[in-house]
Design a protein around this ligand. Structure first.
Ligand code: GLN
Length: 202
């Protein structure tokens, strides 16, 4: 089968150890991608890009090491695989984590410092509209759930979105994309589209 369609398509993976991976698979599928859950190194090898979902970074960390996925994931990030982390997924991609639990590790790759549960217990979850120049108009309605913020970024990192107080909640660095919030729980899929475009243009 010749033609532009068959020529593309390795599937897009969603790390499915824990968290809201089903929602991401649904969004990516709605956007026309062939989305598959990734739980094993063999599955990771097949994908053209990977989403790391929200959930609990401490658990995701433990499971990825237990299932022998942590090292292959680090290698994939280093090799330039496009990876998009939301919330806990952003924490997994961060080189440095504040308020981590004892022994918590990340995959790293993204030259940022994130603070876990940055909004404290008073304000576990909230929603707000974010101006994201990269995505154009209108502003994006963003849902934060026990979310991290990005407190420091390296030179090669671009802040894509900030809260009114200036705190960074979306970043990009080469093949890596991260958001503190959860576009998969709204109907605004521009971040997923942006990510798919990143995969295509690679
Ligand atoms: N607080 C969680 C963590 O530290 C992240 C929450 C989320 O992914 N919605 O991993």
């Amino acid at each position: 089968m010749a033609g532009s369609h068959s020529a593309q398509h390795a599937p897009v993976g969603v790390l499915a150890l824990q968290g809201d991976f089903r929602e991401h698979i649904a969004v990516l599928s709605a956007l026309g991608a062939d989305a598959i859950p990734v739980r094993r190194p063999e599955e990771l090898e097949r994908v053209a890009g990977l989403v790391i979902p929200g959930g609990e970074s401490t658990v995701m960390d433990k499971l990825s090491r237990l299932f022998g996925l942590a090292e292959p994931l680090k290698a994939a990030v280093a090799s330039g695989l496009p990876v998009y982390g939301t919330c806990a997924g952003l924490i997994m991609l961060a080189d440095r984590v504040r308020d981590a639990i004892d022994g918590q590790q990340t995959l790293g790759g993204l030259d940022v410092t994130v603070r876990r549960n940055a909004f404290g217990s008073q304000l576990d979850s909230f929603e707000t509209d974010l101006d994201i120049p990269e995505l154009g108009d209108p502003p994006m309605h963003a849902v934060f759930i026990r979310a991290p913020v990005v407190e420091d970024i390296g030179e090669s990192v671009t802040a894509l979105a900030t809260l009114d107080d200036g705190r960074i909640v979306a970043v990009e660095q080469g093949n890596l994309l991260g958001t503190s919030f959860h576009p998969e729980v709204t109907r605004d899929y521009r971040f997923h589209e942006y990510f798919l475009e990143k995969i295509r243009s690679r």
